[in-house]
Design a protein around this ligand. Structure first.
Ligand SMILES: Cc1ncc(COP(=O)(O)O)c(C=O)c1O
Length: 368
């Protein structure tokens, strides 16, 4: 692989947009005003000050919140707690690859539902629930990883109603909500839920940095109490120092300032990517993401994404091939993450993919 490889592969921002000064100062303040709690064991629920701040953000009581070491740990806890071998779990197609990994580890029977440009096909969820009992449905509502799409408001309402009607848990996996480029994201399914069927997960990975490993779950108080008990049994408490620092960032207003700066940078990267794709790979079909990190590209059927990735690496560019996010299919699709690539590098990165595509076709003898 070329030494100056441009990577559209990782779902993580480049270091230049990580708030290292703000975090350094918040750490210093946290160790002045909150040091005893920051340096002690907590409970499975995590830092109670941060729980209260999150509860306020979502307009719920603090006993409905627990903080975890990243939202991925929240998902892992939830799956371990609720999903037994053979339980049916609905996932979107495509979906986050680590979700598939965790559900496979839990022995879940996967029920796939296709994504449309405005989120999951609700009729597919309904028919999956009619075929047999669903234990849980995993939905990424905003700026989807990997698909880039956002779930329409009326679909959110339908899903919440279906969860109530069929008695399944709706797992709203929403780490990108605040990484929104065109105004505030829509109402959460958590807010729409009167029946206690929604567990909402979010994270400070995208609004502060992935390395802080602070995420959270919000749900019905008895479910959260059960999950917090399990967390305590597994690891006593999550990282209290990291949570104290994040709490300080939240209270001081630094979090809001950082979200604004990150969104400005990411919007520029998204715009550069969309413009470069339109110019250099006109066959590419995609939903323009209104936030988040990802753009999902469908190429013509003759393209094998895995072979394209090999060819792309030779040109000095990487991405993730579609099948990584699918149970079946995705062979002619790729996921591009614009978070790690500064806007001025994006055209060159896309040009390299276009060159790889051309060379691949020349080698395999297929035409566009
Ligand atoms: C849909 C989705 N859920 C969960 C996560 C995990 O985030 P965290 O860093 O909070 O564990 C990610 C991270 O990329 C994600 O895209």
């Amino acid at each position: 692989m070329a030494t100056d490889t441009i990577s559209f592969a990782r779902g993580a921002p480049s270091a230049d947009i990580l708030p290292h000064e703000a975090v350094r100062e918040a750490a210093s303040r946290a160790l002045e005003s909150d040091w005893e709690r920051a340096l002690s064991y907590g409970t499975g629920r995590g830092h109670l000050g941060l729980c209260e701040w999150i509860a306020d953000l979502h307009g719920v009581e603090p006993d409905r919140v627990m903080v975890t070491n990243g939202s991925m740990e929240g998902a892992a806890l939830l799956f371990r707690h609720y999903v037994g071998s053979g339980d049916r779990v609905l996932v979107e197609q495509p979906t986050y690859d680590r979700t598939l990994l965790l559900l496979n580890q839990a022995g879940a029977e996967i029920a796939p539902a296709a994504l449309e440009s405005d989120g999951v096909e609700v009729a597919a969820v309904e028919s999956a629930a009619q075929v047999g009992p669903l234990k849980l449905a995993h939905i990424i509502p905003n700026f989807h990883n990997p698909a880039g799409c956002t779930l329409a408001a009326e679909k959110r309402e339908r899903l919440v109603a279906l969860a109530d009607e069929h008695g399944f848990l709706l797992f709203e996996d929403d780490p990108y909500r605040l990484i929104s480029f065109e105004g505030p994201a829509g109402t959460t399914m958590l807010d729409m839920d009167a029946a206690g069927r929604v567990i909402h997960a979010s994270s400070f990975s995208k609004t502060v940095s992935p390395g802080v490993r602070v995420g959270y779950l919000v749900g019905p108080p008895d479910e959260i109490a059960a999950l917090a008990k399990r967390a305590g049994e597994n690891y006593i408490s999550p990282n209290m120092l990291a949570e104290s620092i994040v709490w300080e960032l939240c209270r001081s207003g630094e979090l809001d300032r950082n979200i604004e700066a990150v969104n400005t940078a990411l919007r520029g990267r998204r715009d550069a990517l969309v413009a470069a794709l339109e110019e250099k790979i006109p066959e590419a079909r995609f939903v323009v993401p209104a936030g988040g990190y990802f753009l999902w590209l469908d190429l013509n059927d003759d393209v094998d994404a895995a072979a394209l990735l090999d060819a792309a690496k030779e040109e000095g560019v990487t991405f993730v091939a579609g099948p990584d996010f699918m149970i079946d299919g995705g062979e002619s699709s790729i996921r591009l993450s614009f978070a790690p690539v500064p806007a001025d590098r994006v055209p060159e990165g896309v040009q390299r993919i276009a060159t790889a595509l051309e060379k691949l076709r020349a080698r395999t003898g297929s035409a566009a």
